[in-house]
Design a binder for this molecule. Structure first.
Ligand code: SF4
Ligand code: SF4
Ligand code: SF4
Length: 603
């Protein structure tokens, strides 16, 4: 299904509101753009074109496009176009007759009242119910609801009414019954208006009231002037009848008052559909009629900005009062009789099947891993359910992370605990540097090894490590550099496999360190030799930082970790500082040894 809604990354503030209001799981995807900003884009395959995100986004990053520009351009090229206008125009443009005049002036050939489509829809349903007597039928003229059932609850497809939407019914009626050869456009407040049309069967243009309103304003179109230039011989437009029949009323008054018709509207209908699918038929009515927009189509996402619930009610009531109830019934009766005499209801059955989405499943283990990445242990931390990440629940977030459509940094508790951790780490680092300095520079030199082990212990704990070692560069009999391990914390962690590091073993280590560069390898990017040496001991991350004494390579410090987690730039900087302190202390120690030896000689 192709969507009319789009996302503008440049305007996206990463607030996740779009995701929170979206009825289609997975239709919003969190990622980082080229500059590293977190942005939310649309998965067009999963988007239902409901437009909820357009309303929710206060940053202008969500919008929709319609067919107005294309239709106007085709009219200019001389194309024959007629327009089905949904009767909600009376609530969106109080001076809609002037709009009709302008539409005629720009070349629209005929204007058809969209209420006819609703009548066809109701009539075809009565025929269908009468003939097939289904026991639980889902009906809706809302394309968003139909798309949701088709995509998300394919098991409900057999229960979906096969009758097409009012708009498609009217298009079929015009093209196939009245043999209208013009291209057909629709003017409505719905951004999903033609979402479920079978290829080549729906209208050719979908124009929204909102875009039309913007066009009139932006181009300074004077509607009074447009009317003044009307052909004096052309009869004035008749008032646009707003006689849309209500399906429930139609079924109960024309078929049987005892037929149970459940109705629901608003964004919660998706949850109701899910419940419906999981409920036994003994609890279901014969018909379940749904629509997505809470206040009906008049206030759809594509409606005029000046329209609101109260104004729409007033205009609607005024339009309805201009006809008596009896007039409305006799109008519908007359049309139904005409349909009966001239139409076959089968004409309005849908033979188009859009494929259900097949979602790759995520395993319980992947969900558990996501929770661990978020730092959420089993318990209340997994039930915060604040919605900040765009998911209604923490479990939803863990699932979307497992599906790779959300990032941990979108979780508010993750960010909070990380910032607290970073803050506490900064203090720990200061303590660490101070401790290492005290152990190595300020304490008496007699017990250098013990002091150095204490320094390595402090380093191990600060880095959440498993062990830390000090390695000294020496030369072998062929004058090749070799590093020997001098001290390790904790000493029982000494790896008998690795007491020296040579130019070839592990490959690349000494060359890199002698050039003054650090090495950081995680389990995933360790070379074969490293994997052999470390993975058996459950070491999944290693950091090596060189020690330079007066510009020469003296040796290095290694830190091993069980957790496969990268060392931050700050971690590496702190280890380097400690290495330098260690180097200074060693030089100091050497000098002391030299002085002691000289003193002994002199004595
Ligand atoms: S609502 Fe969605 S698209 Fe709009 S700024 Fe927020 S995250 Fe971005
Ligand atoms: S238009 Fe609706 S379905 Fe599509 S992304 Fe926006 S909220 Fe989700
Ligand atoms: S705590 Fe995090 S994962 Fe849970 S709902 Fe809030 S933001 Fe989402």
């Amino acid at each position: 299904m192709s969507t009319s809604v789009y996302s503008d990354h440049l305007l996206c503030a990463g607030c996740n509101k779009c995701m929170y209001v979206c009825p289609s799981p997975g239709a919003n995807v969190v990622s980082r753009d080229r500059t590293g900003r977190v942005v939310v884009s649309i998965n067009r395959r999963k988007c239902l074109s409901c437009g909820s995100c357009v309303t929710a986004c206060h940053h202008g990053a969500r919008n929709f496009q319609d067919g107005l520009k294309r239709m106007l351009s085709d009219l200019q090229k001389g194309k024959n176009i007629s327009l089905i206008v949904q009767s909600d125009i009376v609530t969106n443009f109080p001076d809609y007759l002037k709009i009709f005049r302008w539409l005629k002036n720009v070349g629209i050939k005929n204007i058809y009242n969209g209420a006819l489509g609703v009548e066809l829809f109701a009539w075809a349903h009565l025929k269908y119910l009468e003939r097939y007597r289904p026991f639980s039928l889902i009906t809706s003229y809302c394309p968003v609801v139909i798309s949701y059932c088709r995509q998300r609850r394919p098991e409900l497809i057999p229960r979906l009414s096969p009758i097409v939407s009012p708009l498609l019914a009217q298009t079929i009626y015009l093209k196939e019954h009245l043999n209208v050869t013009d291209s057909i456009g629709v003017l409505s407040p719905c951004v999903a208006a033609i979402a479920n049309a079978a290829p080549g069967k729906g209208p050719d243009y979908s124009v929204t009231f909102k875009r039309l309103h913007e066009h009139i304003k932006a181009n300074g179109i004077d509607l009074d002037q447009e009317c003044a230039s009307a052909d004096p011989d052309e009869p004035p437009e008749t008032p646009f009848l707003h006689l849309r029949p209500d399906l429930k009323k139609m079924i109960q008054t024309r078929l049987d008052t005892l037929i149970r018709v459940d109705t629901a509207q608003g964004s919660e209908v998706m949850k109701l559909i899910d419940r419906y699918a999981d409920t036994g038929v003994e609890h279901l009515g014969a018909v379940f009629d749904l629509r997505y927009c809470r206040h009906g189509c008049s206030l759809g996402v594509g409606s005029c900005p000046e329209t609101n619930f109260f104004k729409a009610r007033t205009l609607l009531e005024n339009a309805r009062r201009s006809f008596g109830e009896a007039d409305i019934i006799s109008h519908i009766d007359r049309n139904f009789r005409l349909f009966e005499e001239n139409l076959n209801a089968e004409l309005f059955k849908d033979d188009y099947e859009s494929p259900a989405l097949s979602e790759p499943g995520v395993s319980a283990e992947e969900i558990e891993n996501s929770f661990l990445l978020l730092g959420k242990d089993p318990g209340p931390a997994r039930r915060v359910d604040c919605g900040y990440c765009g998911n209604k629940t923490c479990l939803g977030m863990a699932v979307s992370m497992a599906q790779k459509i959300n990032l941990p940094e979108n979780c508010v508790t993750f960010i909070r605990s990380r910032s607290e951790y970073e803050k506490s780490k900064s203090f720990t680092y200061l303590d660490l540097i101070q401790n290492v300095s005290e152990y190595l520079l300020l304490s008496p030199g007699a017990d250098f090894d013990s002091n150095a082990e204490h320094a390595l212990m402090a380093l191990t704990y600060s880095m959440d490590g498993f062990s830390a070692s000090l390695w000294k560069n020496v030369y072998d009999s062929e004058e090749r550099p070799v590093c020997q391990r001098m001290i390790t914390y904790p000493s029982k962690q000494i790896n008998k496999n690795l007491v020296t590091v040579t130019l070839d073993d592990p490959p690349g280590w000494l060359d890199t360190l002698m050039e003054g560069n650090s090495i950081m390898h995680l389990k995933t990017n360790m070379n074969k030799v490293e994997r052999e040496k470390f993975l058996g001991r459950n070491v999944n991350a290693i950091l090596l930082t060189p020690i330079l004494a007066r510009g020469d390579f003296w040796g290095f410090i290694s830190i091993l970790k069980q957790e496969e987690k990268i060392f931050s730039d700050e971690d590496i900087a702190v280890v380097s500082i400690c290495s330098n302190i260690l180097a200074s202390s060693l030089i100091n120690q050497n000098l002391k040894d030299v002085f002691s030896a000289a003193k002994l000689k002199l004595l």
